[in-house]
Design a protein around this ligand. Structure first.
Ligand SMILES: [Zn+2]
Ligand SMILES: [Zn+2]
Length: 342
């Protein structure tokens, strides 16, 4: 038996037993080292669901993780003890979206750490061989766990297509917003405005290269449509995120929505504000084939994921970690849980 952190319902996390799975020819067992707590995990904790994805039975969250192989994988040339990251999404490879290369949109995806599939907040997990991403020796287990949220950021940049020297506004300076900020700095875009109500987050945004920061769109930008940004990337958990993004965009601008709003509803968006600006609006869903680039960016030191990790917990501290994030504790950006520590 090993132990796992289960979400039973709203604000209800308990440590319980779990039967470790046996490996077969298509999968391997890894000893979990680092697990990041994601804003999406928080929705299960706060709302008991993300839209139609509800917690019917207690489930183990955790989709941002790394670990070490417990046995050799001859077919991949990997040895026991190798540090690996795991792509939590297993698309069906058969539907029309998979066939067209949009694996992130597969409606039949199996996603580790989303109900009903258990995730990584446990000591050992069985993972499909095709989901295993070997990690260079120079990288840490925490960095490997951060590749998944960094992948979300890379996918957002792929969709946003920032242009040289155009201004960009980022709404939300959590791990995703701050990851996107670092990637934007590599693209040659213009001034970046970063917005978050929590001062410790905007302070870090300034250190990472934002031109200006503020607690709200109104505090920082002209919201008339004449002076806003060419590109607005929304990475909050706020129902007001969509509306704020529209207000932050200039006439003819583009808006990319990455965040998942609390309660699964957006606040009302003024049709006139969005329509008269002729905005192009896109939604980002998970990620495409991003792991090779995510590894290169971290290994080369072009993106600093370590600065995003603010809190660390043993498995027994999982409930505290979720509560702190739900309550927007001061100083918190990203929490990592170490299931190997009791
Ligand atoms: Zn995530
Ligand atoms: Zn599919």
């Amino acid at each position: 038996m090993s132990t796992a952190a289960y979400i039973h319902g709203v604000r209800d996390i308990r440590i319980g037993e779990i039967t470790p799975a046996q490996a077969d020819g298509q999968s391997a067992i890894i000893d979990i080292e680092s697990v990041g707590i994601c804003g999406s995990d928080l929705h299960y904790y706060k709302d008991g669901a993300i839209g139609g994805a509800r917690i019917d039975d207690p489930f183990v969250p955790g989709h941002e993780f790394s670990g070490r192989l417990t046995s050799d994988i001859e077919s991949m040339g990997l040895r026991r003890g190798q540090l690996v990251a795991v792509d939590p999404a297993l698309p069906c490879h058969r539907c029309e979206w998979c066939e067209d290369g949009y694996h992130n949109l597969c409606p039949d995806v199996v996603f580790l750490g989303a109900p009903p599939y258990h995730g990584a907040l446990t000591q050992q997990l069985k993972v499909p061989l095709q989901s295993i991403v070997p990690i260079p020796d120079t990288m840490s287990a925490d960095q490997a766990a951060m590749l998944e949220p960094l992948g979300v950021c890379i996918h957002a940049i792929d969709l946003a297509k920032p242009r040289l020297l155009e201004s960009v506004t980022i709404l939300g300076c959590g791990p995703i917003g701050l990851g996107i900020l670092q990637l934007l700095k590599l693209t040659g875009c213009g001034d970046i405005f970063a917005i978050d109500p929590q001062p410790h987050r905007t302070e870090l945004a300034l250190k990472l290269g934002a031109a200006q920061v503020g607690p709200s769109v109104e505090a920082l930008l002209d919201t008339s449509g004449r002076g806003g940004s060419h590109l607005v990337i929304e990475a909050t958990n706020s129902p007001a995120g969509f509306r704020d993004a529209v207000n932050a965009a200039r006439i003819g601008g583009r808006v990319l929505l990455v965040g998942i709003p609390d309660g699964n509803l957006y606040d009302a968006v003024s049709a006139a504000d969005a329509r008269r600006r002729g905005l192009t609006i896109k939604f980002s869903r998970r990620m495409g084939n991003v792991y090779p680039r995510a590894i290169d960016l971290v290994a080369a030191g072009k993106v600093d994921v370590d600065c995003l990790v603010s809190h660390r917990f043993p498995l027994q501290g999982t409930a505290e970690a979720f509560a702190m994030q739900a309550d927007e504790a001061d100083g918190l950006i990203k929490s990592i849980v170490y299931p190997g520590q009791a």
